[in-house]
Design a protein. Structure first.
Length: 510
């Protein structure tokens, strides 16, 4: 959580100084969880059952070859007028290939983690839309990664927060008596009991009035029995509830109750904030995920003109609160159609009013997969996925992508990180490190291979590849593409894609 304040208004620019870092993907990281930080998207590392970053000393990463291409997704749909009205944001194709050596005489099994911020792309053309991601070993064996969602992370934080709150209440007999009085009363009696509890919190616990009010609302809400799932000590598949993540799915729904009306983000903020009054570490339970990976909870962008990093800016339209999660988290939203009582609705409104912090978060998925390394052998582990770039509206408007490099520092040995970024020739490009622009262009450059069953639609025309080798193994790599130049690259693309689009529509109509 962050205690910095932020002003926002519809139709004006927001300098997002306390949001989620927009990470791309990067080097290897070792994960511990949930007290750790999987939010630094994209660096592969050894994963232990707690998902907190840990060091890897047995294996060697000889090199990482990172390829990033700014392209399109499936062919455009809808009428020409509709296509003209909506913004076509680049769909970024990412391929991170790690050449890893096992120099020991023993077979080594490793649980890897690969965090992806802002969510994976879901293809609308698959029969059952699934995240567009592949993990392969030696370009032949495909692994089925377990995807730990952002909602599961929130669920873990809520479980930990409720455990902290309930243990603290049980340990204080006076507090426990007052909380029980609120929970056992109804109507006016409950309101009086809540005021007595809040008064105790300010007088005896020395809390401020806002936090005391949150405690009273917590005591009055029925969140169900506080579930306590063991989250470590059984290996990651045990932690997740098996390869399909059964336990993680349960966590996304638990410890919410009527709080679901304000959304999982604000519900998690509420519980973590209240838990922090008993254990200060709970206040940073989500941001700690970022810091452990070397990421930054502030949402930043690369300035196309100066090459300097600055807070991200975005113009907010009336409906943007529902479409951009970094804005949605700052809106005091209460679902008008939520099936809760009037009393519960009043409690939710009071919670939104009393929350003392702006909740900072980065929507992310954490990929987990296990790889076996034979003794004294090399293997190529490749993660390929697609996701949309994010928008920065400060002039000149840009589409941004970022990649966390820091986890590479968590390995004892990690070789060079070779980066290739491919963009349409007309799209101005800049990176946070120096890139060499190659003297040749590619015509009709196809996107990087992702899921073979999913159709792809590259931007037709000339592409330019920029190349760099990263010297630093910490921090993040930021990439920016000029939005006006991107629009120029789209001209004529519809005509080139028409045959593909017609074929896809015919396939869906079968």
């Amino acid at each position: 959580m962050s205690r910095c304040r932020m002003k926002w208004a519809l139709g004006v620019a927001i300098a997002a100084s306390a949001a989620a870092t927009a990470f791309g993907n990067g080097g290897p990281f070792v994960v511990k969880y949930p007290s750790g930080d999987p939010a630094a998207k994209g660096v592969m590392a050894r994963l232990d059952p707690s998902l907190k970053p840990d060091r890897e000393t047995r294996l060697r990463v000889l090199k990482e070859d990172l390829k990033i291409a700014f392209g399109l997704g499936e062919a455009f749909e809808g009428t020409r007028a509709n296509r003209a009205q909506r913004e076509v944001i680049p769909l970024v194709h990412v391929q991170a290939a790690y050449t890893i050596e096992n120099p020991t005489a023993e077979t080594i099994d490793v649980d890897f983690g690969f965090p992806i911020l802002r969510g994976l792309y879901l293809s609308p053309y698959a029969m059952m839309p699934v995240p567009d991601v592949r993990v392969t070993v030696n370009n032949s064996k495909s692994l089925r990664p377990l995807i730990i969602s952002n909602s599961a992370i929130y669920g873990i934080i809520r479980q930990q927060a409720r455990e902290t709150i309930e243990k603290a209440i049980e340990a204080d007999k006076g507090l426990a008596r007052l909380v029980a009085a609120v929970r056992g009363a109804q109507g006016a009696d409950r309101e009086a009991a809540g005021k007595a509890l809040a008064a105790h919190a300010t007088a005896s616990l020395k809390w401020n009035k806002r936090d005391a009010a949150l405690l009273a609302e917590y005591a009055g809400l029925d969140l169900g029995i506080a579930k306590s799932h063991p989250l470590d000590g059984r290996g990651l598949f045990g932690f997740a509830g098996g390869p399909d993540g059964e336990l993680l799915r349960k966590l996304t729904r638990e410890n919410l109750g009527p709080l679901s009306a304000i959304g999982e983000q604000k519900a998690t903020q509420f519980l973590a904030c209240l838990a922090s009054r008993f254990d200060p570490r709970a206040a940073t339970s989500y941001e700690a995920i970022f810091s452990a990976w070397g990421g930054d909870v502030r949402e930043r962008s690369l300035d196309l003109e100066t090459g300097l990093l600055r807070p991200r800016e975005i113009n907010v339209k009336p409906d943007a609160g529902a479409s951009d999660p970094t804005i949605y988290a700052r809106v005091d939203y209460l679902d008008p159609n939520a099936k809760i009582t009037e009393e519960e609705k009043a409690a939710c409104k009071a919670i939104l009013k009393s929350l003392p912090v702006v909740f900072t978060f980065a929507p992310m998925n954490l990929l987990h997969y296990r790889v076996t390394f034979p003794p004294q052998a090399k293997q190529l582990v490749t993660v390929t996925y697609r996701q949309y770039a994010y928008v920065d509206t400060k002039a000149p408007k840009t589409y941004q992508f970022a990649y966390v490099v820091h986890p590479a520092s968590l390995w004892k040995e990690f070789g060079p990180i070779n980066v290739e970024v491919t963009v349409p020739e007309s799209a101005g490009f800049r990176g946070s490190v120096h890139f060499e622009k190659l003297d040749w262009t590619i015509v009709n450059q196809p996107p990087l291979p992702v899921s073979p069953a999913l159709p792809v639609s590259p931007v037709r025309g000339k592409y330019v590849t920029h190349r760099a080798t990263l010297a630093e193994k910490t921090g993040e790599l930021f990439l920016a593409v000029d939005a006006d130049g991107w629009k120029k690259a789209l001209r004529g693309t519809e005509a080139a894609q028409a045959p593909m689009q017609q074929g896809q529509q015919a396939q869906r109509g079968r």
